[in-house]
Design a protein around this ligand. Structure first.
Ligand code: ACO
Length: 325
C-alpha cells in the first residue's frame, strides 16, 4: 500500500516590512489599536513582485530542497485570490517558468481557505501511486487594498508558501480526514477584486461594488469563531480521533483574538495553536502554508504528530484537514 505524504515545504515573503506605526502616514490608526484588536505588529508588502513571482520562488525552493526534477511533477495547484491575470492561471505561469513540462497546472480560489481546499483536491489527484504534485498558496493582497481605508488596510500582507506532495512511499497516507463548507449566502460579508461590466454595451448605471477589500468585520469574526471549531470537530470525528488527540492546530492567521477564541471553544490550551500573525498579518491562502513551513523548519512539529490545518474566509468558506505529519 502507498500513501500520500508531505515531502517538503517552503515559503517566501517580500523583503519590504511595514510595521504598524508606518501606516499612520496613510490613515488614522495606531500600533496600539492594531496590536490589541488583531495581534498584528507588521506585514510584508510587495514593492513590485507579483503573485506568480512569489509562487515561482517557492516552487524553485521546493525543488532545490529535494532530488526531484521539475519534470517529475504531475500537477501544480496555486491557491490564490489575487492572481496576476484571470488568464493565464498563476499556476500555469509557474509551470512554464520552472519547466514542469509534464504537469497540468491550475489556480483554485477559496480565499483564505484556499490551501485547505487545495489539499482536498490534491488528495484526489494523488490517488494513483507514483503521482507527484505541488500545492502553493500565494497572494499579493496589497493590490486589493485601499491604503487609506483603516478598517481593512491594517489587516493584510503578501507572501507565498507551499508543499510537495507524493504518493510513492510504502506507508499510510498523511491525510486522515477533512471537512469543507461553503456558506455562499454570506459571501457579501467579505469581498475584494470586483470586476465591473464595462463593455460598450453596458448601461451607465452606477455600480455600487468596488475592487478593494470590503468587510463586515464583526460578521466575519462571528462566522470564524463559530464555524472553525465546528469544522475541526467534524474533521477530527471523521478521522476517528478526539480534539485532544490533535498535537497542534495550524489555523489561518487572520487575527490573534480569533485564534484565542477558537482555542477556548475547543477547550484546548492556546499553546497548541501555533501563530505568526504578528509578523505577517493576514496573507489569505498563503497563511497556513507559511506557518506550516515555519514550524516544520524550526522543528516545532515532528513526523507522526497529528496536526489540524484550518482555513476560513471569503466565500464564505471554511475547511479543515487533519494530517498525521
Ligand atoms: N485603527 C484605528 N481605529 C480603527 C481602525 C484602525 N485600523 N479600524 C477601525 N477603527 C475604528 C472604527 O472606525 C470604530 O470606531 P467608532 O467606534 O468610532 O466607529 C472602532 O475602531 C471599532 O471598529 P470595529 O470595526 O467595530 O472594530 P472591531 O472590534 O470589530 O475589530 C476587526 C475590527 C479587527 C476587523 C474585527 O472585526 C475582526 O477581526 N474581524 C474578523 C476579520 C477577519 O478575520 N477576516 C478574515 C477573513 S479575511 C479573508 O478571507 C481574505
Amino acid at each position: 500500500m502507498t500513501g500520500i505524504q508531505i515531502v517538503q515545504s517552503a515559503s517566501t515573503v517580500p523583503e519590504r516590512v511595514v510595521p504598524n506605526d508606518e501606516l499612520n502616514a496613510y490613515m488614522d490608526t495606531s500600533d496600539e489599536w492594531i496590536s490589541t484588536r488583531t495581534g498584528i505588529k507588521q506585514r510584508h508588502v510587495s514593492t513590485g513582485q507579483t503573485t506568480s513571482d512569489l509562487c515561482t520562488q517557492v516552487a524553485q525552493k521546493l525543488l532545490d530542497q529535494t532530488d526531484w526534477q521539475a519534470s517529475d511533477l504531475d500537477f501544480i495547484i496555486v491557491a490564490t485570490m489575487s492572481p496576476d491575470y484571470m488568464t493565464p492561471a498563476t499556476a500555469a505561469i509557474v509551470q512554464g517558468r520552472i519547466g514542469a513540462k509534464k504537469a497540468f497546472a491550475f489556480d483554485l480560489n477559496a480565499a483564505c481557505s484556499g490551501f485547505i481546499y487545495g489539499l482536498k483536491v490534491a488528495e484526489g489527484l494523488l490517488q494513483t501511486p507514483g503521482t507527484r504534485g505541488m500545492l502553493i498558496g500565494g497572494e499579493v493582497l496589497s493590490k486589493l487594498i485601499d491604503w487609506h481605508e483603516r478598517s481593512t488596510a491594517v489587516l493584510f500582507g503578501d507572501g507565498a508558501a507551499g508543499v510537495l506532495l507524493a504518493n510513492d512511499k510504502q506507508t499510510e497516507s498523511a491525510f486522515l480526514a477533512s471537512d469543507l463548507q461553503t456558506i455562499g449566502d454570506l459571501g457579501d460579508k467579505l469581498t475584494a477584486g470586483y470586476q465591473p461590466v464595462n463593455s460598450v454595451f453596458a448601461s451607465d448605471s452606477t455600480d455600487p461594488h468596488q475592487r478593494y477589500f470590503e468587510m463586515d468585520g464583526r460578521a466575519v469574526y462571528k462566522f470564524a469563531t463559530h464555524q472553525v471549531p465546528e469544522s475541526i470537530q467534524r474533521a477530527v470525528t471523521k478521522a476517528g480521533l478526539l480534539v485532544q488527540d490533535v498535537d497542534y492546530f495550524i489555523l489561518h492567521q487572520a487575527n490573534q483574538r480569533i485564534l484565542d477564541q477558537i482555542a477556548k471553544r475547543l477547550d484546548q490550551p492556546s499553546t497548541k495553536f501555533l501563530t505568526n500573525v504578528a509578523d505577517y498579518g493576514n496573507t489569505s491562502a498563503a497563511s497556513v502554508p507559511i506557518l506550516l513551513n515555519e514550524v516544520i523548519q524550526n522543528d516545532t512539529i515532528q513526523r507522526g504528530q497529528i496536526i489540524a490545518l484550518s482555513g476560513f474566509g471569503g466565500g464564505l468558506t471554511v475547511g479543515t484537514q487533519i494530517i498525521k505529519y
